[in-house]
Design a protein. Sequence first.
Length: 445
Amino acid sequence: MLPPCSCWPMAPLAVRWSVTVQVMAGKHKGRPSSGRRRRDRFHADSHADAAELKPVPEMEGIPGQDVAPITDAAEIADACDRLRASGKVAYDTEFIGEETYWPELCLIQLASEDEVVLVDPIAADDCMAVWTLLADDAVEIIVHAGKQDLDIAAHASNLAPTRVRDTQILAGFAGLPWPVGLNKAIAAVLGVTVPGGMTFTAWDRRPLSAQQCRYAADDVRYLLQLEAQLQQRIDSNSLDTWAIAAQAERCEVNMGPPDLRSQRRRIESGRSLRKGQRAILHALVTARDAIARSDNRPPRATLPDQVMLALTRQQPDTIKALTDLRGMPRPVAQEHGTAILNAIASAADTPPPLDPPRPSEGCPFDRVAIDALWHRFAAASLDKGLAPELICTRSDIARWHLGGGGDWPVDGWRSDLLEVVLGPHLKGEPLSLRAWPSWQHGATS
């Protein structure tokens, strides 16, 4: 159990809310955002329950101890030296991403087969030992859905972790759905039920409770055994070559600027914009990113996506018209209105960004043929232990069919797997499926 000093004392709700307001004072001016209010509710619950924590299951390679966060630089360095000696380290973070441009790092979780280490980056003077450990080429780093955690490490240290294995990606090559959550993967593969419910607690507030520390530790204590079990299944199905290629692609750390084109596509998704409007939207996304950086706020909190669409379609040309736009945050219009109007005006003669054309599925015969191809591919993928969505989408199959076949619609390792999975059936070989593995049931329920 955690030492008593790390636990929040029981107190009436009014007292806890008073403390909440005092802790937040100066950091969150005015009325707290809906995200912060939600975190406050979860945070109060995480400190109010004094029930004893259930013991960690006794399993080989899974450290069972409960730990408190460390803050002393020498202790952090010693812990990192011990972890480095193991050669394989689980890594995760707790952060708050809805209030600042870069996510606010609140807790770092690390584990080997022998111990769990929690590092408090808010109270610690120096976490460089952690970032150096993660970037050490002699150490394999195990994460689950860890892209943002890896980007956080790179942003904090300007060091890029390189030897990374992501158990969410591995699960997609081991018969689990894509994308599968950590707790569902642990339950399906290791047979352990891990309690959740702490994701949206106020991780930036101190002290952390015993429940919070247990939740954070659970995010890494099972990762090494989960990775080992998934790798065995991948090896048994001879999929390791493609799994390695997928790891290299999806775990690449972003050391550069954000992908503004993907932000624009997300806003535009499912909506029809004219060529000129697409150019305006791209200019607005660029302007929004600059404003968000200067105000240290997330882009979508600075200008919501629906406001971005309204700006694109209505194209206001005065500060008053901008301020009167429905949903427009008044402080943003007043402080950055000129930059927004300039973005709209400057995009008038700019060529629109080019995106791959969206295929029309044409006649009913084509739709039926595309469905048949997709279901055949999905069935054959699952039979080989592959999550089909990890390789391609139904839209990819539609584009390939409507284009008359030929080269596969995806590149690299995905193209190789499409040939392995779907190619034989297109040449007339029968589709013969094995019995559905029982261990998949838990991950799909």
